[in-house]
Design a protein around this ligand. Structure first.
Ligand SMILES: Nc1ncnc2c1ncn2[C@@H]1O[C@H](COP(=O)(O)OP(=O)(O)OP(=O)(O)O)[C@@H](O)[C@H]1O
Ligand SMILES: [Mg+2]
Length: 502
């Protein structure tokens, strides 16, 4: 029976294995009503798996789960939802051809009344509208999911989880596809839920937001519980140390790249439909050029337009003094360009292929001897990607869908690095990646620069731009607002430029 000291949720000694992996090894977790509990750990530590065991997506091998002191064991997510447990998943799984309200009510369509078992379109619309209003979300319930941005879809998913009136809500990396303003909005929603007495479990790799919104922090490593601390007694450095199990003194590797002649020259680039006007800049051999700017400043549009993903109204691109057209991605790849997109969870992964196929898919020509694909070469390169980025996987033949979210991203990054591009365009390359693996990715970016490649990298994390790039261009309102040398600039200078045309 429950009383005041009974925790809302108690997970006791949970273990779970998959073929070749012990994903959870005796993990316990206690969440109290009216608190936010952060769950932290490196990619593949077992965070999502623990939550999926709670939510009934996976059956646990052993251990017990108590809600308000009563033992529960949900066989599927519908049962979890009925019992007051909701979850916003790391990977969105929505019916993109349907509209917002169909997605909200999928599987639980409201009836006209209990004698008339027909779904009522009007009722659905009104209730959806009401929920969005309560949460301050401005999305038309009749919009088709496909016509919305990934971040808007994420807000719909959040609204859906909240709409069940659940006591426990799990957010698995909810902000990885939200911009800063949307993230602030989510934090207000979480505060409101906390005040209502809900227990929130919050998974994220963003250290700063964790300490801001959580009351308690639990750290996991290699499927094991490592520590649970009160958020006010712990520092970012301490969390990192617990996560990686060693001291991580430098967050950025030392730089040895030599900057050469101009390799890429972009002149007066203007998009046909996207917000991108008259952008000119150049980038040198061996240089890492950062692109800073606020959300919606045209950073992503700039990379996409260079890569031929959006129509160009005006402007020229020169590579080594020779004009290249880059009218579409295939042509850009042929010209030696590669683009790592920002929303790779939604667009970049071939879920059913295994890791080897996923890594090799963009560089197939490198593996063919005449018409025959060399399996040995593919294997070697894949192993290289697994080793250098420490991709946590039982084998090369593991289906990429079963990897943890962060490890899936490393596979995609490895895929592009293997094409040995001359110009590598990276849009938020470390989003969703844990602190330890970030260091390895910076190291790879630097190695490419040392080989004389040009890297252009968009990031919302200012310290990352300052830590890795040689020079930074700043976008604002779809225009180029200025350019700074990393060695003699400040965050303030960049922020001022970012606001120039905003
Ligand atoms: N369905 C599955 N089949 C096989 N292995 C799985 C499956 N789901 C998870 N795993 C494995 O379990 C381990 C833990 O994965 P999990 O997704 O819980 O990590 P995580 O802590 O959420 O990481 P991230 O921060 O990258 O999201 C990983 O080694 C992963 O490959
Ligand atoms: Mg996860």
């Amino acid at each position: 029976m429950s009383n005041k000291s009974t925790p809302l949720l108690y997970m006791e000694n949970i273990s779970k294995s998959f073929p070749g992996v012990k994903a959870l090894d005796n993990v316990s977790l206690t969440v109290r009503a009216g608190t936010v509990h952060a769950l932290m750990g490196e990619n593949g530590a077992g965070k999502s798996t623990l939550m999926k065991c709670l939510f009934g997506v996976y059956g646990k091998d052993s251990g017990r789960i108590f809600l308000n002191g009563e033992e529960v064991s949900f066989k599927n997510s519908a049962e979890a939802l009925e019992n007051g447990v909701a979850m916003v998943h790391q990977e969105l799984n929505q019916a993109l051809k349907l509209n917002v309200m169909d997605n909200m009510w999928l599987g639980r369509f409201p009836m006209v009344n209990k004698y008339l078992p027909f779904t009522s379109e009007k009722k659905m619309y009104e209730r959806t509208k009401q929920i969005f209003e309560d949460l301050g979300i401005s999305v038309n319930p009749k919009t088709i999911m496909n016509d919305m941005s990934v971040s808007q879809r994420q807000m719909v998913e959040i609204a859906k989880a909240v709409s069940y009136g659940s006591k426990i809500i799990v957010f698995d990396e909810p902000t990885s596809s939200l911009n800063n303003r949307e993230a602030e909005h989510l934090f207000r929603i979480i505060d409101m839920l906390r005040e209502r007495g809900c227990g929130i479990i919050y998974i994220s790799h963003k250290m700063e937001e964790i300490l801001r919104i959580s009351d308690e922090v639990t750290v996991m490593r290699d499927g094991k519980w490592i520590a649970t601390k009160s958020a006010k007694d712990i520092t970012v450095d301490e969390i990192i140390r617990l996560m990686v199990g060693r001291e991580l003194t430098n967050r950025y590797p030392p730089k040895n790249n030599e900057i050469g002649d101009v390799l890429l020259r972009v002149e007066n680039l203007t998009a046909e439909y996207a917000k991108l006007y008259d952008v000119s800049f150049d980038a040198r051999k061996g240089e890492i050029l950062g692109v800073a700017g606020l959300d919606g400043s045209g950073r992503t549009e700039l990379l996409e337009n260079i890569f031929g993903l959006s129509a160009r109204r005006d402007g020229q691109i020169y590579l080594d003094g020779r004009q290249v057209k880059n009218r579409n991605p295939a042509e850009s790849i042929k010209n030696g360009f590669a683009l790592l997109t920002e929303e790779r969870r939604a667009t970049g992964i071939f879920g059913i292929l295994d890791i080897k196929e996923n890594t090799a898919v963009s560089s197939l020509s490198r593996y063919s001897i005449g018409p025959i694909l060399s399996n040995r070469k593919m294997k070697e390169s894949t192993q290289w990607a697994i080793d250098t980025m420490r991709i946590k996987t039982p084998s090369q033949h593991t289906k990429i869908r079963t990897l943890s979210g962060g490890n899936q991203q490393k596979v995609i990054l490895g895929r592009w690095l293997l094409t040995e591009p001359t110009v590598l365009l990276l849009d938020e390359p470390t989003r969703g990646i844990d602190v330890g693996a970030k260091y390895e990715i910076y190291q790879l970016i630097l190695t490419l620069a040392e080989k004389g490649k040009t890297v252009i990298m968009v990031s919302s994390e200012m310290p990352e731009l300052l830590g890795v790039c040689d020079r930074i261009i700043v976008m604002s309102g779809g225009r180029l607002a200025g350019e700074v040398n990393t060695a003699d600039t400040t965050q303030e200078e960049i922020m001022t430029l970012a606001a120039k045309f905003a």
